[in-house]
Ligand binder design. Structure first.
Ligand code: PMP
Length: 365
C-alpha cells in the first residue's frame, strides 16, 4: 500500500471494462460487425488530411459544422424537422456526454435515479460526479414499471433521471407515452435523459423520444455513432436538448474536448450516413432470427429492439460463458444473474455462436 490519499469509493472499485480477449467471434460489446465501406474510409482520409494540415491550431471549440451535420441527421432519422444546431452537444462517446450532464445536474447532495437492469455505467457517472445513485427495479419480464418509477421520483426527488431505451441489457423500448409521463412528472424538478444509444435499431414506425423535445426543456436525448452507425472506434456521442440546457454543458466541458481529427472523422461519416447505416435492416432481421433460434433451443429471449438479445435462464451462466469462450466466441455476462447477452454479428458469426452454444449445452448436460 502506497498510502495514496485515494477516495474510498474509488479504492473499492475496479476499472469498468468488458473482458476483451482476441477471439474470432466477438459478440460482447454490441458493436456493428461491418467495417465502414471503402468510400467512407476515403472520405475520412481526405477530411482528416485537411484537419492535419492545421493541427498546430486548437480545433473549433464549439464544433459548429459537426453540430449542424448531427442536427440534420437527427431531423431526418427521427423525423423531427425542428432540431437545430444549437440543440446539439457532442463529446467523446455518449458516455462522456452523459458524464457532462451529470456534472451540471448532479453533484454532492443531489440524487440520480435509473431503472434496473440498465446500462452498467450509470452508477459510475454518479460516483464520479459525487451524486447519490438510487435506482429502482423494472417490473416482471423487465417491462418498465411506470407506477414504481413515479413513486421513486416522489420518494427520492432526483435532479437526474436516466432511462435507456432501447434498454441495455434487455433491448426493450420504453413506449413514448411512458416517457411522456416521466417528463410530466419531472418537469421543473429534474432533467430526464433518454439514452437512445441503440435508437436506430428500433422497429420502423416506433417514435424516438426526440419527438418530445419541443415540449420539454428538461428532456435530453442522447445518441451515439458507436452502434448502428458502425463507428465505435471513433468515440463520438451526442445529445439533443433545448438550447438553454446545451448552454450549461458548454460550461463544464474541458476546452477543446473534441479534437479536430474526431470532428473531421465524424463529419466524413455523416457525409455518407446512408451508407454507414445501410446494414441496419439486415441486422434487425438477423436479430429476429437469432431470437427465434434461441427460443427454439428452449431459452427465454427478450423482445429486443437493439442489436443484441438477452437470453436465459442459466443456473450457472459463467459455465456457459466460459465454454463459449473456449470455442472462440465471446459474449457478455451482464445484467441479472441467470442471463447472458449476445450481440448480433455477421451471419457467419451468429451461426458460429449458435453452434458453439448447442455444443456447450450438450457438454453441460
Ligand atoms: N448507452 C448505452 C445504453 C450503452 O450500451 C453504451 C455502450 N455500451 C453507451 C451508452 C455508451 O456508448 P458510447 O460511449 O460508445 O457512445
Amino acid at each position: 500500500m502506497s498510502g495514496l490519499p485515494v477516495r474510498p469509493e474509488i479504492a473499492a472499485a475496479e476499472p469498468y471494462g468488458a473482458p476483451h480477449p482476441d477471439v474470432p467471434v466477438r459478440l460482447n460489446v454490441n458493436e456493428n460487425p461491418y467495417p465502414p465501406p471503402p468510400e467512407v474510409v476515403d472520405g475520412i482520409v481526405q477530411r482528416v488530411r485537411q484537419a492535419a494540415e492545421q493541427a498546430n491550431r486548437y480545433p473549433d471549440r464549439d464544433f459548429t459544422a459537426l453540430r449542424s451535420a448531427l442536427a440534420d441527421y437527427l431531423a431526418r432519422e427521427a423525423e423531427v424537422p425542428d432540431i437545430t444546431p444549437d440543440m446539439i452537444w457532442a463529446a467523446n462517446g455518449s458516455n462522456e456526454v452523459m458524464l457532462q450532464l451529470m456534472q451540471v445536474f448532479g453533484g454532492p447532495g443531489r440524487t440520480a435515479i435509473g431503472f434496473e437492469p440498465a446500462y452498467s455505467m450509470y452508477p459510475e457517472y454518479a460516483r464520479n460526479t459525487f451524486t447519490t445513485w438510487r435506482p429502482t427495479q423494472r417490473g416482471p419480464d423487465f417491462a418498465f414499471d411506470l407506477a414504481r418509477a413515479l413513486r421513486q421520483i416522489e420518494h427520492e426527488a432526483p435532479t437526474v433521471v436516466l432511462l435507456d431505451s432501447p434498454n441495455n441489457p434487455t433491448g426493450l423500448i420504453t413506449p413514448l407515452e411512458t416517457v411522456e409521463a416521466l417528463a410530466e412528472q419531472t418537469a421543473g424538478r429534474a432533467v430526464l435523459l433518454v439514452d437512445e444509444a441503440y435508437g436506430e435499431f428500433r422497429q420502423p414506425g416506433t417514435p424516438s423520444a426526440l419527438k418530445l423535445l419541443a415540449r420539454y426543456p428538461h428532456l435530453a436525448v442522447s445518441r451515439t455513432m458507436s452502434k448502428a452507425f458502425a463507428f465505435a472506434g471513433v468515440r463520438l456521442g451526442y445529445l439533443a436538448a433545448a438550447p438553454e440546457l446545451i448552454g450549461y454543458l458548454r460550461t463544464v466541458r474541458l476546452p477543446y474536448h473534441l479534437s479536430a481529427i474526431t470532428q473531421a472523422t465524424a463529419l466524413a461519416a455523416l457525409d455518407y450516413a446512408g451508407l454507414m447505416l445501410s446494414q441496419i435492416a439486415e441486422l434487425r432481421e438477423r436479430r429476429k432470427r437469432l431470437a427465434s433460434a434461441l427460443g427454439a433451443m428452449g431459452f427465454t429471449v427478450t423482445d429486443s429492439e437493439a442489436n443484441f438479445v438477452l437470453f436465459g435462464r442459466f443456473e450457472d451462466r459463467h459455465a456457459t460463458w466460459r465454454k463459449l469462450l473456449a470455442q472462440g466466441v465471446i459474449i457478455r455476462q451482464v445484467g441479472p444473474a441467470g442471463w447472458l447477452r449476445v450481440s448480433v454479428g455477421t451471419e457467419a458469426e451468429t451461426l458460429a455462436f449458435l453452434r458453439a452454444l448447442a455444443r456447450t449445452r450438450e457438454e453441460l448436460e
